[in-house]
Design a protein around this ligand. Structure first.
Ligand code: TPP
Ligand code: MG
Length: 1039
């Protein structure tokens, strides 16, 4: 048995487990010093289990021993255990119940009323039958329920037949006291408010036919897991679907279509294998039935009104899905196989780094069988398994937003998984957990697991602790359909049922295709090194196509010649496409989404635009972001904050960080953009500074002023949302969301910057490299609180160095910096800023949208600057008025570098030291400088670290020709910006004729393993020391 993790000896059928639990409970609790606990446990359990009768006779009350060593547990002989569900106690109970019912039918629960009516033959639906005792009825119900709960354990799921599961004892009629002699006796089964097989209106049946039906429904080639779903209607819906037989579902034309699709799925792989014998393609062989399954799923969804599907999947079978499901032109796939021609852009250059063919994404419009069209997009993904899951979901949600699909019926997501990765990767759970959150739900994802019973070389017994690889989905109450991958009709049925579930209940569902992997992990891998016995079976195992063809021929539905005709047609199309692939010229830029027309690639110059806003707009939106409805009672402290904000707007002075941010959001909304901020506790803000959602202190009602910037503003146009406590999942989601439409400012805020490393894969594999690999842009903003305030190693650093280290600008080459020719920021992979003024924060956010390209933005966001007396801006720095603060030669824009306010002339020869720094340390340096009244020391803030502001650094180096050049940071030497700044500053020094690398003096903490000290007093000392060094009279020595 491979597909089902081998159960340990301890994982026995439920009955045994319960029994052993009971006996263990006795021993353990009996020896405990808390006899009350033991007693209450026993009470609870005897009450609960007593209804079944199994345990009620076993007293757990003999526990009042004195405190002593734990007795050695002793096994209880099997013969001493009772297995009868209905012993004396419960039959006495039933008899009492029946007496009560006879006296007054309303005195018992309606279900018992129905039961006794049926039992005594009063019910219309229960024609005469004889000899059925109450106990038998009870036992029969338990037997039926056992099939519903555990039938999947007996289902024939493993195509290889290596499944060594022993059928659960609960499915044995003997357990319930039935014998051969009972098989042809008639029984009535109806149950109040139950659907399917058990519904009240079913006729009496023999035990034999009941068992046959249960076996067919639950133990065939589909195993259903749904009894964990607490919602009765959903369970009944499924019960009805599963237990009601539908005759003639697959007629000849349907079968011919399924066959045709299976031929495509199968021959696609064999064709490539034949043409490129040594190429890695991570073929689908062993799970070819996925192709007809997916296609029927999509057809079904399209018929129910779905217009677009976003698909995420890993390597396995990806090319097959691309070609046969998404309908990427086969000639293009084949051309890529042949090494392809590197695509060139019209403007002559940028093609990015590219990626291997089984990671590329694409999107196409595809016709469906019923004549509709459906848009399918397969999202590009990295090798990191499952990392694409939240990205797909975020993209789906954005599509739903832009198509006003509030019902979530027009766009849906399908995620394909491997068995190893679905069970092993935490992001699966993190993504599942977004599924029912109001601001993240997409109305259900269909998950399909290509469960080939192996992960690379690892067997399930080593790769998961749960019986099924899909068990994680049970936590979300998703139904799970396990299906034998050799039975194409069963796969199609399970896929259709999944689509129907999704369309009806708008909830997640899982199809687990239990299959095998015909070859090694990839085609040049040898599987017999590690799975020899499995592969002995696989070598002799027919393909699912062969199995289906045989079935169709034997049933007389298709003739050998007809099948051959289908195969020949498919082969000849494959061949034609192969021939055409030789002359195939790839298109240039192939944007994933329709909304990106006109956006520029890194090679196409996009002029820098101003981000200042007309003063009257600022005033107007400023008013709406501070207005609270009359009848709303905010918290007193919040009310005060809002009054202060109103004051800032009114006077135009002292605008703080949160107000600047709200102004940026509001002005972008006014300009017609969508703004979405999500992350942990972002509505209030971790540091209680944002208060973007107010809570009425009397009623608990919520009010978000940014929802009311425009008249009748669309509900989600501004979205701020607390998220689940997941970095990987939520950042991935927001990334996917941001990629759909460029006219949206999408932000994710980490609680503290260091927690962002829980989403490292999203940074490394997507945000920093996605444009280079897949030519997909994103303007996603990550707000990462950063700064050394003595809060210890875990809350000080957002690991600035990591983002800078991933930047791809060359430290030794100064690029073109002329403002009219500059493409530096288009060419770099992402921007990293550490901003020190509210106005600059306002402009850097607005800059994200006011340009013809999109680039990720990493913001080291502040903590103590949120309320710092000096960290304020005037409203005039936000506007576009000539002569106002911040309006320079070109207008009002984000400042990449803020020069020292003390020195205006272009040449300041008397300055002995130029301290370059970034972030909040600036305010501490400036304060100390003022206290010491130093007039010969300049401090410049590098607000944009990446891409490096070469022109402005050179300008400052030239301004202070005699100054010692210092880089000052709070972080340890091996962290912070130093590693990024030093080689670039050295290149600039050299260019300015000012020295070399050795001439850059470092002031900051010493190298350290931990990001910061955990001792508050030490932090203060360290901070004092670094400020002192930065300002000291004597020249600095790097040591
Ligand atoms: C996060 C991650 N870890 C490890 C790998 C290396 N790796 C590639 S495929 C694979 C096995 C995947 O097994 P499964 O999910 O069952 O998919 P299958 O290849 O069997 O279809 C592994 C471990 C990876 N790609 N991603
Ligand atoms: Mg696998």
């Amino acid at each position: 048995m491979a597909w089902q993790r081998v159960l340990s000896a301890g994982t026995r059928p439920a009955l045994r487990t319960a029994r052993s639990l009971a006996s263990r409970g006795y021993h353990t609790l009996g020896s405990s010093s808390a006899p009350y606990a033991a007693e209450s446990w026993s009470r609870v359990n005897t009450r609960k289990l007593g209804a079944l009768g199994t345990f009620s006779s076993r007293s757990l009350h003999g526990t009042s021993e004195k405190l002593q060593a734990a007795p050695v547990p002793q096994a209880v002989a099997l013969s001493k255990l009772t297995d009868n569900f209905l012993d004396g106690t419960s039959s006495v109970y039933l008899e009492e119940l029946q007496r009560a019912w006879e006296a007054d039918p309303k005195s018992v629960d309606p279900s018992w009323d129905t039961f006794f009516k049926n039992f005594t033959g009063i019910a219309d639906s229960a024609p005469g039958f004889s000899g059925q005792t109450i106990q038998e009825s009870m036992r029969l119900l338990l037997l039926v329920r056992a099939y519903q709960v555990n039938g999947h354990m007996k289902a024939k799921l493993d195509p290889l037949g290596l499944d060594a599961r022993t059928p659960p004892v609960e499915l044995d009629p003997a357990l319930y006291g039935f014998t051969e002699a009972d098989l042809d006796r008639e029984f009535f089964l109806g149950v109040w408010r139950m659907a399917g097989f058990l519904s009240e209106n079913r006729p009496v049946q023999t035990l034999r036919s009941i068992l046959n039906r249960l076996e067919q429904a639950y133990c065939g080639t589909i195993g259903y897991e749904y009894m964990h779903i607490p919602d009765r209607d959903k369970c009944n819906w499924l019960r009805d679907k599963i237990e009601t037989q539908v005759a003639g579902k697959y007629g000849p034309s349907r079968r011919a279509r399924i066959l045709d699709r299976l031929v495509w799925g199968t021959n696609f792989e064999s064709f490539i294998a034949q043409k490129w014998t040594a190429a890695k393609r991570f073929g689908l062989e062993g799970c070819e039935t996925l192709i007809p399954g997916m296609k029927e799923l999509i057809d079904f969804a399209a018929d129910r009104g779905v217009e677009g599907i976003v698909i995420g999947m890993s390597h396995r079978g990806r090319l097959n899905v691309l070609g046969n499901v998404v309908r990427k032109p086969l000639r293009q796939i084949f051309s890529e196989f042949s090494g392809g021609i590197k695509p060139t852009s019209e403007a002559g250059g940028y093609t990015g780094s590219g990626d291997v063919k089984y990671h590329l994404g694409t999107s196409y419009d595809r016709p469906t069988v019923s004549g509709k069209r459906i848009h399918l997009s397969l999202v590009a993904n990295p090798s990191h398994l499952e990392a694409v899951d939240p990205v797909v979901i975020g993209k789906t949600r954005a599509k739903q937003y832009y198509s006003h699909d509030k019902e979530r019926s027009k766009t849906m997501a399908i995620l394909l998984h491997g068995d190893g990765s679905f069970a092993g990767q935490g992001v699966v759970y993190e993504t599942l957990h977004l599924s029912d959150l109001p601001n993240y739900t997409t109305g259900g994802t269909v998950h399909i697991v290509v469960n080939n019973q192996v992960a690379f070389t690892t067997d399930p017994k080593s790769s998961r602790s749960s019986p099924y690889c899909t068990d994680v989905a049970k936590a979300l109450n998703a139904p799970i359909f396990h299906v034998n991958g050799d039975d194409v009709e069963a796969v199609v049925h399970a896929c259709e049922l999944a689509a129907e579930w999704r369309c009806k209940f708008k909830a997640d569902v899982v199809v687990d295709i239990v299959c095998y992997r015909r070859f090694g992990h990839n085609e040049i891998d040898e599987p017999s090194f590690t799975q020899p016995t499995m592969y002995q079976v696989i070598r002799n195992h027919p393909t699912s196509l062969e199995i289906y063809e045989k079935k169709l021929i034997e049933s007389g539905q298709l003739k050998q010649e007809e099948i051959k005709a289908i195969e020949d047609r498919v082969y000849s199309i494959l061949n034609e496409e192969f021939n055409s692939s030789k002359n195939y010229v790839p298109k240039t830029r192939d944007w994933l989404s329709a909304y990106w027309g006109g956006f520029k690639g890194p090679e196409q110059l996009s002029r820098i635009r101003n981000t200042g806003v007309k003063p009257e707009i600022l005033k107007s939106v400023g008013k709406s972001i501070c207005t609270i409805p009359e009848d709303f009672t905010p918290h007193r402290a919040v009310k005060r904050i809002y009054e202060q904000r109103a004051q800032m707007i009114e006077t135009g002075n002292g605008v703080d960080w949160a107000t600047a941010e709200a102004l940026a959001f509001a002005t972008l909304l006014v300009e017609g953009n969508h703004v979405r901020l999500s992350g942990q506790d972002v509505e209030r803000g971790t540091f209680s500074h944002r208060h973007s959602v107010l809570h009425d202190q009397k009623t608990g009602a919520r009010y978000c002023p940014l929802d009311h910037v425009l008249m009748d503003q669309e509900e989600e146009m501004f979205t701020v949302s607390n998220s689940s406590l997941s970095e990987f999942g939520v950042l991935g989601f927001e990334l996917g969301y941001s990629m759909e439409n460029p006219n949206s400012l999408v932000l994710w805020e980490a609680q503290f910057g260091d927690f962002a490393n829980g989403a490292q894969v999203i940074y490394d594999q997507f945000i920093s490299s996605g444009e280079a690999k897949w030519l997909r842009q994103t303007g996603l903003v990550c707000l990462l609180p950063h700064g050394y305030d003595g809060q210890g190693p875990e809350h000080s650093s957002a690991r600035l160095e990591r983002y800078l280290q991933a930047a791809d600008d060359n430290p030794f080459v100064i690029p073109e910096m002329d403002p009219s020719l500059r493409k530096q920021i288009q060419e770099v992979n992402w921007q990293v800023v550490n901003v020190t003024t509210p106005a600059n924060y306002f402009h850097v956010l607005r800059r994200q949208i006011h340009r013809d390209f999109r680039k990720p933005l990493i913001v080291m966001s502040p903590k103590n600057l949120l309320r710092h007396a000096q960290c304020k801006s005037n409203l005039s720095e936000f506007d576009d008025v000539q002569g106002h603060d911040g309006f320079d030669k070109q207008g009002t824009r984000f400042k990449r570098l803020i020069k020292d306010y003390n020195f205006e002339s272009t040449r300041e020869e008397g300055v002995r030291r130029l301290v370059l720094c970034s972030g909040k340390v600036y305010y501490e340096l400036d304060e100390q400088r003022q206290a010491a009244q130093l007039k010969d020391l300049a401090i410049c803030r590098v607000e944009q670290l990446c891409p490096f502001p070469w022109d402005l650094i050179l300008r400052e180096l030239n301004r202070y020709p005699n100054a010692e050049v210092v880089w000052c940071q709070e972080e340890p030497m091996n962290m912070g910006a130093y590693g990024y700044i030093a080689p670039r500053l050295a290149t600039a020094l050299k260019a300015a004729g000012r020295g070399t690398y050795e001439d850059i003096k470092y002031v900051g903490r010493l190298p350290s393993a931990a990001t910061a000290t955990g001792f508050g007093s030490l932090h203060v000392e360290e901070q004092k020391e670094l400020l002192h060094r930065a300002l000291q009279e004597a020249p600095l020595i790097n040591a």
